[in-house]
Write a protein that binds this ligand. Structure first.
Ligand code: SF4
Length: 306
């Protein structure tokens, strides 16, 4: 993600492609609930965040997103079984069941052949998990939803800095943890399944805002002592475990507090073109579409092999 962010640039245009025209009030100023995903979305592109989380504008169903969701559901069901009952057929069964029942998500496929290719890919991801991961683990938590009362000062939308802090702000930070495993010494490891991009090294992962925030939330909300955060890449089965120092965690919290402050006070959320644009559901109407389309999903496809 950091690699991607390094290529982004702020544009000079606002919502709808016109020159900046500030709204009377920051659209995020009244939000009482934010999620870790929302913070990441704002960091990636304030305009995309605004359209998705404030305007609630629907985006075309994404086959990649659908595969990610279905694989997560199947893995949740699978890891809730006692280790002796975890068979590969069960993973496939659960995937098919969730897939079959999600009529809305299935609308993202062009035709049955298109859907079949994504279905096979999802099964491959599950097979990679089965072949590569420790199937004897009995997780301490599976798909855990967390609400954390944000303990830092929150500015008001008028930029006065008087939005309150601690319990007074009333702001909730929400997150969802895929899995938490207990280690022999009583500490825990957070496990995050990745069906798409995995950071190229633990140094990149250590700088991921999600890693730092989930680390803090598990400690503060659940009271567990977190010792490690494992990203589990399913495409080519790869485990990336990172350990954060107290200074790392503090640095993430400062960064998160800064993003919260920007969300609460930004009266004109701007497009930010980056390598993430090809996956954006609002690309078709983006005022920066031409620049955004300069990034292809797969750089290797930019060159013709003939
Ligand atoms: S296409 Fe890119 S710049 Fe435009 S809204 Fe989406 S992420 Fe932002």
């Amino acid at each position: 993600m950091e690699e991607v962010l390094s290529t982004e640039r702020e544009t000079g245009r606002g919502i709808g492609g016109a020159q900046p025209s500030a709204l009377a009030e920051a659209p995020g100023s009244k939000l009482k609930r934010l999620s870790v995903s929302q913070l990441k979305a704002y960091e990636n592109c304030p305009r995309q965040w605004y359209l998705r989380y404030i305007r609630n504008l629907p985006t075309p169903p994404s086959p990649d997103g659908f595969v990610g969701q279905m694989v997560h559901h199947a893995l949740r069901d699978f890891m809730l079984l006692p280790p002796g009952q975890r068979k590969p057929e069960y993973l496939h069964e659960r995937l098919r069941e969730h897939w079959r029942n999600d009529h809305k998500g299935r609308k993202g496929f062009a035709d049955p052949g298109h859907e079949a290719s994504f279905g096979r890919r999802a099964m491959d991801l599950l097979d990679n998990f089965y072949a590569g991961s420790d199937l004897g683990v009995v997780p301490k938590e599976v798909e855990k939803f967390l609400d954390w009362s944000w303990p830092f000062p929150v500015p008001a939308g008028d930029g006065s800095g008087n939005g309150g802090g601690g319990g007074g702000s009333g702001l909730i930070m929400a997150g969802k943890i895929d899995r938490i495993d207990e280690r022999p010494d009583g500490t825990v490891e957070i496990v995050d399944y990745k069906t798409g991009h995995v950071p190229p090294s633990d140094e990149y992962a250590r700088r991921d805002l999600q890693v730092g925030l989930y680390w803090s939330m598990v400690q503060e909300v659940l009271g567990y002592r977190v010792a490690s955060f494992k990203l589990l890449g399913l495409a080519e089965y790869r485990e990336l475990a990172v350990e954060l120092s107290p200074e790392d965690v503090q640095s993430h919290l400062h960064r998160a507090a800064d993003v919260v402050a920007r969300i609460r006070t930004d009266v004109n959320p701007q497009p930010r073109v980056s390598a993430l644009c090809p996956w954006c559901g609002y690309l078709a109407d983006c005022p920066e579409r031409e620049a955004a389309e300069g990034f292809t999903k797969d750089k290797s496809l930019a060159e013709l092999p003939f």
